[in-house]
Structures are given as C-alpha cells and as structure tokens.
Design a protein around this ligand. Sequence first.
Ligand code: SF4
Ligand code: SF4
Ligand code: SF4
Length: 153
Amino acid sequence: MQLTDRVKNCNGCSACVVGCKYVCVKMEERPDETSRKLQPVVNENGCNKCNACVLFCPLFNPVELPEFEKYYEFTEEYEGRDMPHIYRQTMRSVRAGQQTEFVGTLCEIAALKSLLGDKTFPNLIYKPLYCSDEKRAKEACCMECPFYGKEQD
Ligand code: SF4
Ligand code: SF4
Ligand code: SF4
C-alpha cells in the first residue's frame, strides 16, 4: 500500500524516506500539479511491511514541536532541497555531539524531530521558516496543515 493512501494531506516532508531502512521509499514528482511537487512512492516489491515509514511520519504519528520566538523568511534557497540528505547529515552531526543548526519549515522540523525519536538535543538549534504564501494558497497539504498557525504571532 502506498503511503499517500494512509497519510491524509501528505506534505512531502520526506521523513518516511529516511525512516525506511530498506531504502524502499523514494520521493517522486506528483502526477498532478495541484499539491506539493513531491510525494513518497513505495517500492512494493522490496517492502517488508515493517511499518517504520508510517511510524516516522509526523502526520500519522505526531511529534511535539517547541515554541519558537523568531521565524525566518522562506527564500528561494529553501525551494527544492534534498531533504532526506539534509535530515541524514543533521542527524549524524547531532549524534556526534556537534553544535548543529537546522533551517526548515515547521513540517520539516517535525520530520527531523520524529526521525530523532521526538527527543530534544541541547546541541541542535532549529531555525524555523515562515511558510511560502504561494504554497499555502494552492496546496491542499498546506491549507490543511496542522503546523501552520503556530508560527503566526
Ligand atoms: S513498510 Fe517498512 S520496508 Fe516497507 S516502505 Fe515502509 S519502512 Fe520501508
Ligand atoms: S513522512 Fe512526510 S512525505 Fe512521508 S508520508 Fe508522511 S507527510 Fe508524507
Ligand atoms: S503550511 Fe508550511 S509547515 Fe505546513 S505543510 Fe505547508 S510548508 Fe509545511
């Protein structure tokens, strides 16, 4: 079964890609242009139905987000980033005890937090981004986003 059948309004955060240790989840472009451009696709031949992908999904298995006092502008450099690569790099750095900064929208912060076992690390600083107004207006996942609104002061 595909993740998008199980997760309503998947926002393309890509936590499931990193959560699958069998490398069975890939992000692919959506066939329709009505929502986020990427969606997870499970290789059902390699999948052993361990369920980890869905358990790491912060929409399926919610995590507690910290309260943030300051948000940063969402600029072009944050469009189309390779999030699985960034999550892996960040997790390695955090677990190695290095001072680490992660910049992302709240859905990306929730994804990273879920992948890190929903724990708080003193050496991990989050820099939350405001969401893109354009995405908010046209993408179903953003319109229904459980994280949006927490950032408005
Ligand atoms: S059920 Fe397990 S093996 Fe299958 S895609 Fe999800 S994490 Fe990967
Ligand atoms: S982890 Fe993110 S990309 Fe994967 S199903 Fe959940 S919301 Fe979608
Ligand atoms: S509104 Fe923002 S936090 Fe919510 S899914 Fe869209 S980009 Fe992510």
